[in-house]
Each structure stands twice: as structure tokens, then as C-alpha cells.
Design a protein around this ligand. Sequence first.
Ligand code: PBG
Ligand code: ZN
Length: 323
Amino acid sequence: MEFPVTRMRRLRKNQNIRTILTENKLNPEDFIYPIFIKEGLEDGQKEHIDTMPGQYRYSLNDAVKEASRLEEIGLSSVLLFGMPIIKDEKGSMAYSKDGIVQQAVRKFKVETDLIVITDVCMCQYTSHGHCGIIDDDEIVNDLTLNYLSKIALSHAEAGADIVAPSDMMDGRVGAIRKTLDLNGYYDTIIMSYSAKYASSFYAPFRNAICSTPCSGDRKTYQMSPANSNEAIRETKMDIEEGADIVMVKPAMPCLDIIKIVKDEFKMPTAAYQVSGEYSMLKAGIAAGYLTSDSIYESLLSIKRAGANLIITHFTPEFLEGSI
Ligand code: PBG
Ligand code: ZN
């Protein structure tokens, strides 16, 4: 039917009508909160991250404390990032039983009922800052798989519910699944960063966590923002290798990719609203150009595109009801 019989504004007449006709809603359980835990930091001395206003690096105890506070107001999952004191060529502290993330996982599992997800990568732990093992100026794919498997296994042994490989090496999901299964960790879930782009929106994160590569960039392993067919191939491979949950990253610059991935594979799909997306909105609000409604709208757009789970630094503000 056409106008004047059909009038779309009828459906927007007042807030009650609009509410019952709302197609997409954000729920507390949609949110995953990324937490940075810095080894050696004194309790009570959280460090403000200047490139990400309102976000902090926490000591182990303080991270658990903050997450517990959020658990009381509806948080269900955390994504842990560790910052080690010692870095080396092979990122040894990434798979050490006593690494900061392994310690953190154990403590979170004892002191909270949160779903504990760990970032599986090498870049915070390697002296060169790349996400893999370097030989002769090359990031060596197949050799790196052994290290990523060891990292994932050490997280599973510590009690992680979900491991999330973010490195973008080929074959890592299969290698990790095989290692987990061989060691009896059949139930450890893999959430793979399937379509991860080489994005400038990661800049505040790298600054926050000291993982900027000393030389070169990540373009030989992360995807070009110009490509979408490639995202389908990447995601398909991860699913065939055993990924349980797939992820698109970044989120707002990739809403089309989230939609394609969801429509094509019907998998549980996560989207990562990255540091640059967070800081951009924060800066806009601080300057008075935007309001906190813009945050809500950004999250809604990610959900509408097809994400079941949203990894975002805005998680506390959402749970606190301030956006
Ligand atoms: C490292 C990693 C990065 C992010 C998550 N894991 C940075 C990168 O790939 O350079 C980015 C997160 C963010 O910007 O919020 N593998
Ligand atoms: Zn990395």
C-alpha cells in the first residue's frame, strides 16, 4: 500500500508504540569487557591510559576487583590482555604457567563467575612487537603455530573458558583445536578473530599496551580494509578448522562485513569495537560535538548488523546505565 493509506509515522507516534516495535535491543549479556592487566603494577595504582580516556591498566588484584564490581551489575564476560614485565624474541611469557594472564585466569575463576576469555597472541610479549616468530625479517607462519598452540593450552590449563586467537596466522585455529583436544580440553571454546583488518583504529590500543611493532606493519598478516570477499574466505577457513565463535574487527568500519559473515555462516558472531572507535567517540563527546547517545547508537548499529556479542570498552558505561 502506498501513501496516504500507509503512513510510516503511525508507527513512531509515541514512545510506547516505538518501544514495542523496537527491532534490536542491547542486553547486558551481549557485552564482553576487555581488561588490561599489567604485571608488577602495585595494587591501588591503576594507570590511566591517556589515548583511551576512562580506561586503565590494572594490577591483577584490581582487575578482579573491578570485574567483580561489574559482575554485580550484570557483566557476564571478560576478555583478558596481559602486559608482561619481560619480553623476548619468542614471547616466552605468553605461554609461561606463571605468566600474568595465566595467573589472572586462575584468580578470575576462583573469585568470580564470569566467563573468562583470553587474547591469544604474541605481540605484547615479543621484543619486536609482531604477532609471530621472526626469522630473517619474515614472520614465519607455521613455526608461529606451535607457539600460539602453547599459549592457548596454557590459558586452557589455567581455566579459560574461551581462547581468542588474534594473530591472523594461517592455520592457527586448527593447530590450537588439535593441541587443546590432545590435552583433553575438548570443551574449551575457540573464538577466533576471523576477519581482522590491518586497521589504523588500533592505534590507541597499541599505545595502551605497548605492542606497536618495532619495524614494519601488520599488513602481511592482517587483512586490507579494501577487501570483503577475503573476509568470507578467512572466516570459512576458521570455521572449517574448528572455530566455535567467529569475530569481525574493527566493528564500526566493518558493519558490512559483520552482516555478510552473519548472513553467510549463521555462526555465533562477535564484533570488536576497538580502541580507536572508543577514543573517537570519547573525543567527540569531550569536545561537545557528540553526546553519549552516539555511543548507544554505535553499539546498536553493531548489533543490528548481526553481531551477537560486542567486545567494547563502553561495557561499564552500558551496565551502569550512563549511556
Ligand atoms: C593484538 C591485538 C590488537 C588488538 C587486539 N589484539 C592490536 C593489533 O592487532 O595491532 C586491537 C584492539 C583495539 O584496538 O582495541 N593482536
Ligand atoms: Zn598480536
